[in-house]
Design a protein around this ligand. Structure first.
Ligand code: NAP
Length: 296
């Protein structure tokens, strides 16, 4: 599908790629940009479920910071009713990363308690309402009162991850232990996550923002029969990404179109100011998704 890009979503992975720490996959481009919204300009042969001029959102392996991009049809979907093109650009990474982590790998069940790190991030602000929709109970870590407040507004119990009594604070919210941790911190937090989990709980690592070299007591992994998994959406085969989009949309479309799940938008920068947008993310000034505006 050839898409005339309206907005591109910013992801922390773009910062890593620009810094040279996260090379694009071989089949992909050097140009950053993992997700876009826009209008279909042309369709490839055999694509029948989409049409020219249709407003869509799409997951990419790169190349979204551009006027035009090509996306696989199976990871392109119509903009949900009631969504703006801005909101749609914030969907692909958050929807599919959270679906892969929480549902496909985590098998989250109604009534379960889920601890999310980075509660005010693009990923976190989507995970909270998604978990509520799945009837799970989110506890979210965030680093400032303002960021904790947004987590509370979205439906999570916020916890300050900079607190000296972090584990006690989490245990106060979940005295029986949490069922699942969705973690982007890594570093010393891994030991805290293992402490917070109940017997047989699951720890899903999606990033190691506080370090991937660990000096820890891993004994709890055995004694609590924990499951520790890692994942990256970008490295999944295309067939898997298509399946994730299909499954996530089948389950969550009513919540998306009714506005029960809606991305939290931060600032929108013109494409020419991508560097400034990256700086805002680097300095962690944002809450939710930063977008780049490409065209009308
Ligand atoms: N594995 C995957 O497939 C996958 C897919 C998408 C995203 N991710 C990862 O998930 C994370 C969230 O993505 P995003 O695009 O939503 O990013 P983001 O909005 O920049 O979120 C980063 C979050 O991490 C927290 N944080 C804590 N310690 C940090 C540190 N030392 N450096 C930077 N941030 C720190 C920040 O919390 P405070 O601001 O409260 O401090 C912030 O909420 C990123 O690491 C991204 O690479 C992984």
């Amino acid at each position: 599908v050839l898409i005339r890009v309206a907005y591109a979503g910013l992801n922390r992975a773009d910062l890593f790629q620009v810094a040279g720490h996260y090379p694009a996959p071989k089949e992909s481009q050097m140009v950053p940009g993992l997700e876009v919204s826009g209008t279909i300009e042309a369709l490839g042969e055999g694509v029948t479920h989409l049409h020219v001029n249709q407003p869509v959102f799409a997951l990419l392996t790169g190349g979204g910071y551009a006027e035009y991009c090509i996306a696989a049809a199976g990871v392109t979907a119509p903009v949900p009713d009631g969504y703006s093109l801005q909101e749609a650009a914030a969907l692909p990474e958050a929807l599919l990363t959270n679906w892969l982590a929480l549902v496909h790998l985590g098998h989250v069940q109604p009534g379960q308690t889920v601890l999310i790190t980075g509660g005010s991030s693009g990923i976190g602000t989507f995970a909270i309402p998604m978990l509520r929709e799945l009837n799970a109970r989110p506890i979210a870590l965030a680093g400032s009162p303002e960021k904790q407040e947004i987590c509370r507004t979205l439906g999570a119990e916020p916890v300050d991850y900079r607190s000296a009594s972090l584990i006690e604070d989490i245990q106060q919210s979940a005295p029986q232990g949490v069922d699942l941790v969705l973690d982007m911190l890594g570093g010393p937090f891994i030991e805290t996550a293992m402490q917070a989990l109940r017997q047989g709980g699951k720890l899903i690592s999606i990033a190691f923002l506080q370090g991937s070299r660990l000096d820890m007591n891993a004994g709890r992994l055995l004694m609590k029969n924990l499951h520790w998994m890692g994942m990256t959406l970008r490295s999944q085969p295309l067939e898997m990404k298509c399946r994730l989009l299909e499954d996530a949309c089948a389950r969550l479309w009513p919540a998306l179109t009714a506005g029960r799940i809606r991305p939290v938008l931060d600032e929108v920068f013109p494409l020419e100011m991508a560097e400034k947008a990256h700086a805002r993310m680097q300095q962690r000034l944002h809450i939710g998704k930063i977008l780049l505006e490409v065209g009308p």
